[in-house]
Write a protein that binds this ligand. Structure first.
Ligand SMILES: [Zn+2]
Length: 304
C-alpha cells in the first residue's frame, strides 16, 4: 500500500467506554473491528443534556446498550447518519425507538449510477436499505440543537448519499468514511463513484474545519493538508493505472497485482473495486476505453 499519506493509526479507545474528545463532543467505539472498520465504528454524541447522536452504528446489542446507558439522564433530540453502510446506520432505528428522536440524513441508500445487470447483489451486501431519514438534508442545511449547530456537507463518493457534518463555531467536521486518519476509504462502484469522491475532497479543501472526527479511528489533525495528501494519493494511483495501460491493455486483476504491492489478501476484492472506480472515471472522461461497457471483468486500454 502506498504510504504517501501521513496516516495516524494511533487509536486506543476501548469499546463501550465514552470519552470526551473535544469540548461538547463525546465518542463511543463499537466492538466491530475489521479490515474496513479498523477498530470499529465510532459513534459521536454532540452536546450535553439535550444531545445529537452521529452514526449510531451497526445492529450491535452491546453498542446500542452502551450508547443508551451513556445517555441515561440526558435527552437525545437528533440522530444523524453520515451514510447508509451497515456499520453506520442500522442502529438509528433502535436509538429512535428508545428515545423518540428523529433521524437526519441525505437520503436512503442508492447506487451512484444505474446498475449493470450483475451488480444488484453486490450493492445489497454492504448497504442498509432500511434507513429512511425523517428529515432529508441538503448540502448547506444547518440543524440547530441545544447549544450546537450542525451544517450538512454533502460529500458523495464513498456512497452516493454520504454526508459530513460541520460543528458550527468550531474547527470540527464529522467526516464519516469520507476522510479518515488510518486509511483511505473504499470507493467501490456502484455504491461509490471516483469522480464524486474527488470532487468531495476538493470541496473540503475550501472549508475552514481543521479537525475531522471520522467514522473509524482517531481524529484527523491538520485536516486540509491531510485532504491534499488524499487527493495526491488518488491522482498517483490513477497515474499508475495509466502507466500500466501504456504498456498494453489489462484486466482489473492484472492492474491490482501491479499497483498494490504487498496487499493484505483480505483487501484484494476491495482493491479491485477501487481500481474499477478509477477505470470507470477514466472511461467517462474519454481517457481510456473498455471492451464493452466498463465492468469488473472488462479489459481496458488507452484510447488510441
Ligand atoms: Zn462506509
Amino acid at each position: 500500500m502506498s504510504e504517501d499519506i501521513p496516516f495516524d493509526r494511533s487509536f486506543d479507545l476501548a469499546p463501550g467506554k465514552v470519552e470526551e474528545v473535544y469540548p461538547g463532543v463525546r465518542r463511543l467505539l463499537c466492538n466491530n473491528p475489521g479490515p474496513f472498520t479498523f477498530k470499529g465504528t465510532v459513534s459521536y454524541i454532540v452536546g450535553r443534556g439535550r444531545v445529537a447522536v452521529i452514526d449510531p452504528g451497526p445492529l450491535d446489542e452491546a453498542h446500542i446498550k452502551a450508547l443508551l446507558d451513556t445517555l441515561k439522564g440526558e435527552t437525545v433530540t437528533h440522530i444523524f447518519v453520515t451514510h447508509t453502510h451497515r456499520d453506520h446506520s442500522p442502529a438509528a432505528a433502535r436509538i429512535k425507538a428508545a428515545t423518540g428522536a428523529p433521524t437526519f440524513g441525505e437520503g436512503p441508500h442508492r447506487a451512484a449510477r444505474e446498475l449493470h445487470l450483475d451488480e444488484a447483489p453486490r450493492l445489497d451486501a454492504s448497504g442498509d436499505r432500511e434507513f429512511h431519514p425523517d428529515t432529508v438534508l441538503a448540502d448547506g442545511d444547518v440543524v440547530a440543537g441545544d447549544g450546537w449547530r450542525l451544517e450538512a456537507v454533502a460529500t458523495p463518493g464513498h456512497t452516493a448519499n454520504h454526508m459530513a457534518f460541520a460543528l458550527k463555531d468550531s474547527e470540527v467536521l464529522f467526516s464519516g468514511d469520507h476522510v479518515m486518519a488510518w486509511s483511505t476509504p473504499v470507493v467501490a462502484p456502484p455504491d461509490g463513484a471516483m469522480s464524486d469522491y474527488m470532487a468531495s475532497l476538493e470541496k473540503l479543501l475550501h472549508r475552514p474545519e481543521t479537525i475531522y472526527f471520522p467514522g473509524h479511528g482517531g481524529a484527523v489533525r491538520d485536516a486540509p493538508r491531510f485532504v491534499e495528501s488524499y487527493i495526491r494519493h488518488r491522482r498517483g494511483r490513477e497515474q499508475s493505472i495509466l502507466d500500466r495501460l501504456a504498456e498494453g491493455e489489462a484486466s482489473i486483476p492484472v492492474l491490482v497485482q501491479k499497483i498494490y504491492v504487498g496487499l493484505d489478501p483480505r483487501l484484494i476484492k476491495a482493491a479491485g473495486l477501487s481500481v474499477f472506480a478509477h477505470l470507470e472515471d477514466l472511461v467517462a472522461r474519454g481517457v481510456i476505453v473498455a471492451d464493452g461497457s466498463p465492468s469488473l471483468d472488462s479489459v481496458y486500454r488507452l484510447r488510441g
